[in-house]
Design a protein around this ligand. Structure first.
Ligand SMILES: Cc1cc2nc3c(=O)[nH]c(=O)nc-3n(C[C@H](O)[C@H](O)[C@H](O)COP(=O)(O)O)c2cc1C
Length: 147
């Protein structure tokens, strides 16, 4: 019953291989210094890259990017097929058309239950003017509806 936004967290491994996964566990932590968090399932195929790497990018998806949310949550497919991106300051892929992008240096990892919580310091961020957010609630995608 907790509505969230939707992000795709991306990184580039030491071997140059890109990883990315859809994550709605993203949240803000601190303004000074600027810190954010997200959590990753221990069993994720992306874990080896995120636990070794120091940098990642959090791409906040816009309403017109629902297909990307599905693609980056799919198993057994090339998640990067047809995806437009460019490399950020640390090499992490930044998705074209994202509502906002946070390029982070990882500060801490907390192993809790079946997930690992990553706390990142934002090194650079940007946003797309007039993007409507992609929302997730009860297993479905939505966009904003002003009250
Ligand atoms: C809306 C949505 C939110 C998700 N949020 C997370 C998340 O916060 N953390 C996580 O580990 N997986 C999350 N997942 C699952 C991953 O996107 C992905 O399916 C999972 O990582 C399995 O693939 P992998 O083992 O290749 O990483 C989410 C999936 C969806 C559709």
């Amino acid at each position: 019953m907790f509505a969230t936004g939707v992000t795709v967290v991306t990184a580039c491994g030491a071997d140059g291989l890109r990883v990315g996964l859809t994550a709605n566990s993203f949240n803000s932590v601190s303004m000074d210094p600027p810190l954010v968090l997200w959590s990753l399932a221990r069993v994720s195929n992306s874990m080896p890259v995120f636990e070794k790497g120091a940098h990642y990018a959090i791409n906040v998806l816009a309403a017109d990017q629902m297909a990307l949310a599905e693609q980056f949550a799919a198993r057994g497919v090339d998640r990067w097929a047809g995806v437009e991106y460019h490399s950020g300051i640390s090499g992490a892929p930044l998705l074209a058309g994202a509502a906002a992008t946070f390029e982070c240096f990882n500060r801490s990892r907390y192993e809790e239950g079946d997930h690992v919580i990553f706390v990142g310091e934002v090194e650079r961020c940007s946003h797309r003017e007039d993007a409507s957010p992609l929302l997730y609630h009860g297993g479905r995608f939505y966009t904003e509806h002003p009250l």
